[in-house]
Design a protein around this ligand. Sequence first.
Ligand SMILES: [Zn+2]
Length: 74
Amino acid sequence: MGLVTVETVNVCPFCGGVLELVEDESSVWFGCRRCMRYVKRDKREVVKRHVDYREKRFNWSGMMAELYQLYVKT
Ligand SMILES: [Zn+2]
């Protein structure tokens, strides 16, 4: 199984470390490696909510904002 890990511009509010986005076949994970805290979202659900098919645009920053809010609240 291939995992794709991307460092984000967001910083962990708990330890100040860089937050990362990890993608596997069906999900995206967002969180902090140092704290070992991650939130998980179904990839199809995320895409459905943040892709504008008419404009053929993916709202990356919208997705990141949603994941960050989820992380902070969890
Ligand atoms: Zn952290």
